[in-house]
Design a protein around this ligand. Structure first.
Ligand code: ADP
Ligand code: NI
Length: 215
């Protein structure tokens, strides 16, 4: 098992070598660590949690022309070559297929506990100081504006609208990040998310106050 985790790390590092820095190996490493932390309180298959965390962004559809089949397919091929059983493979691909925020309206109601854990960890990495850094990095990567006063956040966007969106990074807080704390699956996830949520609220308050030269 230790070898399998080691091999998976090496594979992911190699595949994500040129990834945008909010979706690179270090994002995966943070999600892996958070997943293990959340899993401590849960009865679950830790191997599935670890493999799911390590492989969840192996081929993120937003960097592959919207192809949502590629990630689960690549992960399954890799795991098969590592002699992992079909049962474990299907539990891991269940995580990769259903983890994403943009697919939240299509996700199955019977999420496995392992999916719930990795999904919480992935969402937590979108929050707090790290979440702020990732958001402005991604916005910069897409050449989106930092803030457009007067442009209202678009709530309840469809999946297609959300994917196409090139709104401001500040609006991304209202369209996604501030909604995440109420979408956590686990108790530990809720606790961590609520602290990081407060930090983002404080950041936005300071941001708008500086924007208006109030300080
Ligand atoms: P998922 O991969 O779970 O569907 P997203 O692609 O929406 O999630 O987002 C992953 C991270 O990328 C977000 O948490 C955020 O930091 C950044 N991001 C995504 N879309 C935007 C955007 N329009 N503006 C700024 N940052 C974004
Ligand atoms: Ni991720």
């Amino acid at each position: 098992m230790q070898n399998l985790i080691k091999n998976t790390i090496a594979y992911v590092q190699q595949e994500l070598e040129h990834a945008e820095s909010g979706h690179d190996w270090f994002h995966i490493e943070r999600v892996w660590k958070l997943s293990k932390k959340i899993a401590e309180d849960q009865e679950c298959n830790l191997l599935v949690v670890e493999l799911g965390a390590l492989l969840h962004d192996i081929a993120d559809s937003k960097f592959h022309n919207g192809d949502e089949e590629l990630g689960p397919k690549k992960a399954a091929e890799f795991l098969k070559a590592q002699q992992v059983t079909q049962e474990i493979i299907s539990q891991v691909t269940h995580i990769i297929k259903n983890i994403s925020f943009k697919n939240r309206n299509e996700a199955p109601l019977n999420k496995s506990i392992e999916l719930q854990i990795v999904q919480d960890a992935d969402r937590i990495d979108a929050l707090g100081a790290i979440g702020i850094a990732r958001t402005f990095n991604f916005g910069g990567y897409k050449n989106n504006p930092i803030h457009l006063p007067g442009e209202k956040p678009k709530l309840n966007q469809s999946k297609e609208e959300y994917k196409k969106s090139n709104g401001s990074s500040i609006n991304h807080f209202y369209e996604k990040l501030l909604l995440l704390k109420d979408m956590m699956n686990t108790q530990k996830g809720k606790e961590i998310a609520s602290k990081r949520h407060q930090y983002m609220e404080d950041f936005l308050k300071e941001f708008f106050s500086e924007w208006e030269a109030e300080k």
